[in-house]
Design a protein around this ligand. Structure first.
Ligand SMILES: [Zn+2]
Length: 297
């Protein structure tokens, strides 16, 4: 190979699309993402938890074939608790599965290194590179989809916590009068309340007296959870993502106004925006793809 050929190959690797797969409770979404955060190709299949590895291998084969020779790794974001070193999905409460060796299976099938990350942490890494991180050093990514969880960015870095499980605000109890238990063992977890109300159960609405009631009761719990986070963390920006926001634009506006009405005034001084993710509805996919930038592979 001549020097010119070598530098051309390096240039093409630097411009090559990023490969990502987002594993959610209802769908697996794989795709190619440009180095500016644009989705170039997508392929989705329903999540079948009993066939997760086989379906993932198939999605990985399709996106690597579409990408050609450029990509050097695959990034995976998945719901659940992750062993990042070994790329194993240790446990997913939402999918009720565990000990899934994702990195090994996909690496064997494609020959590429595979990076595995919790889906909300991955979405947050995507926002650091392509979204709110371009303007803010301290922000949160508030995800309301199948579950409720948050990515926290302090001074430009994702806060993972001591065992890579930071941000499980869905398991902060918002109603201690409940006698039914969440799978975590507490009662009245915000995530559980949202599931119950969406399933048609009678629940006590979130009490937010400074604003009119929301169009949908679950938005009250979302706002309550976000007010708790804003008061705790004092972020400069809040990025909203997940199906509960992307499928219902009215929810964003009401939640924004509820936070403005109820978060602490001195905290609100620093909060400049509450916006839907700039990469929605592909926040999870873009985040999975961005893992390659974070790991520099
Ligand atoms: Zn819980």
């Amino acid at each position: 190979m001549t020097l010119d050929e070598s530098s051309l190959m390096n240039e093409s690797a630097a411009e090559a699309p990023l490969l990502g797969i987002d594993i959610g409770g209802t769908k697996i979404l794989g795709g190619l993402v440009s180095r500016r955060g644009e989705v170039l190709f997508e392929h989705r299949v329903p999540t079948r938890r009993q066939h997760l590895l086989a379906d993932l291998v198939e999605v990985a084969r399709i996106i690597t074939a579409e990408a050609g020779h450029g990509p050097r790794s695959i990034g995976i974001g998945t719901t659940g608790y992750i062993d990042r070193v070994n790329g194993v999905l240790v446990q997913s409460m939402n999918m009720n599965i565990g000990d899934v060796p994702i990195a090994q299976a996909l690496s064997d099938a494609t020959g590429l290194p595979v990076l595995v990350e919790n889906d909300v942490h991955a979405a947050t890494i995507g926002e650091i590179h392509f979204g709110a991180g371009r303007s803010h050093r301290d922000f949160v990514v508030f995800n309301a989809g199948t579950g409720l969880a948050t990515g926290m960015v302090f001074n430009g870095k994702l806060h993972r916590g001591a065992s890579n499980h930071a941000g499980e605000n869905g398991h902060i109890s918002s109603d201690q009068s409940r006698t039914t238990l969440c799978h975590c063992g507490l009662s009245g977890c915000t995530e559980r309340l949202i599931h119950e109300v969406r399933a048609g159960a009678e629940t006590v609405p979130a009490y937010l007296p400074r604003i009119e009631p929301p169009a949908r009761k679950e938005h009250g719990y979302l706002a309550l959870s976000l007010i708790q986070l804003v008061n705790l963390l004092n972020p400069a920006a809040v990025v909203l993502c997940g199906g509960m926001f992307t499928s219902d634009p009215a929810s964003t506006n009401w939640v924004r106004r509820a936070v403005a009405a109820h978060a602490l005034p001195h905290t609100l001084k620093g909060l400049t925006e509450i916006e839907l993710s700039r990469t929605a509805p592909f926040t999870g996919l873009v985040g999975a793809a961005a893992l390659a930038l974070e790991a520099n592979v």
